[in-house]
Design a binder for this molecule. Structure first.
Ligand code: SF4
Length: 350
């Protein structure tokens, strides 16, 4: 049965017209699904009993089941959601100085196999449907008080968003529709490990921001850390970034995970500065957050500051990202991984 929450407003209008109903019924339906967050057709009081019964015969309304919520002492909140097939996905609310950012997943597991990532270790299970991607935002919005409502959305949770491209685009359409949650595209950032051709397409089809997980400054290094680099090496990736249609006054965010003794030298910082020349960019330095199961070490504080200074001296905007939510394992995939490796496997459903 068609899952109505995986359809954009336009698609819903089309669907009701095909049933011989006026298009405005589709817009009403979209509002009920995404503004009121209904779970069943019976709740649509604007529709006749006959119409509700007719719709419930052919369609379903999918909603995420919250399996767990963890609150960190620093304000970070992590939700685990159980999908219909028992898979678990995660979303994380990250508090900033004057707003909050919600980070959502686009796949259950991930096929990219990045060496530093716990989700990568899980392997790939499946793509999330648009209703499961946008549904994480609705579930968080419904679970949070007004002062904690997310202002920004980042597609940076489990999975590679650009490997689930069509569902990602539909989810963005759903989330930015003014009859639904009405997020501005300016407040949305899509992160990628570097699927170069899809970067260009994303810029053509949306006006969201782009974050690129670079994490290395030469191909030998990056091949080892991120297997996607063997398909799209650094030069191809950066060429795609140069072609990405950036919204006015926006820059591409480059994420750089600092791994002690691997990519945190002064030479790396200098090379990074040369690579990003002529790309409107800002750089997030992320000192590796020591986790069980990964063979990397946290860089020394001084080498992190040194790395930042070299880039700043070359006029880059460089932010050292504090690791939030350490006490609840907020980094990508950690909650899942911890459960998978403990006796509490019932939650994962795998
Ligand atoms: S870092 Fe992102 S792309 Fe790489 S394995 Fe993890 S979830 Fe996948």
């Amino acid at each position: 049965m068609t899952d109505l929450k995986s359809l954009s407003c336009k698609e819903l209008e089309h669907l009701v017209r095909e049933r011989g109903l006026p298009a405005f019924r589709g817009r009403q339906l979209f509002k009920w699904l995404w503004q009121k967050g209904i779970h069943s057709f019976d709740e649509i009081t604007e529709f006749s009993v006959a119409l509700r019964a007719e719709l419930s015969k052919d369609y379903r309304i999918y909603h995420l089941e919250q399996a767990k919520r963890l609150d960190s002492s620093d304000g970070t909140i992590k939700w685990a959601y159980k999908l219909k097939d028992g898979l678990i996905i995660e979303a994380v609310l990250i508090p900033e100085k004057d707003h909050t950012t919600l980070c959502v997943s686009t796949q259950a597991g991930c096929a990219m196999g990045c060496a530093f990532c716990l989700t990568g270790k899980m392997g790939f299970y499946r793509n999330l449907a648009p209703s499961e991607i946008a549904g994480q935002v609705l579930a968080a919005v419904q679970d949070l008080p007004p002062e904690q409502q997310p202002r920004n959305l980042v597609f940076m949770g489990m999975g590679e968003p650009l490997a689930n491209f069509n569902n990602l685009i539909t989810a963005i359409e759903i989330l930015t529709c003014d009859l639904g949650l009405n997020f501005s595209q300016r407040r949305i950032t899509v992160s990628t490990s570097g699927i170069a051709p899809k970067i260009v397409e994303l810029g053509e089809r949306t006006s969201v921001g782009l974050a690129v997980s670079l994490h290395a400054t030469n191909n030998t290094q990056r091949d080892r850390l991120m297997p996607i680099n063997r398909s799209y090496p650094i030069e191809t990736l950066l060429e795609a970034c140069r072609s990405f249609r950036l919204p006015p006054r926006r820059r591409i965010t480059f994420e750089y995970l600092l791994l002690k003794g691997i990519n945190d030298t002064r030479e790396d910082a200098q090379r990074l500065a040369r690579l990003l020349k002529a790309i409107p960019s800002k750089i997030n330095l992320i000192p590796f957050n020591q986790s069980a199961g990964l063979p990397f070490r946290e860089p020394d504080r001084n080498s992190v500051l040194d790395f930042q200074k070299i880039l700043k001296d070359r006029n880059y905007t460089v932010i050292i990202r504090k690791s939030k939510g350490r006490d609840i394992k907020a980094a990508c995939g950690q909650l899942f991984y911890q459960q998978q490796n403990s006796e509490d496997t019932a939650l994962t459903g795998y």
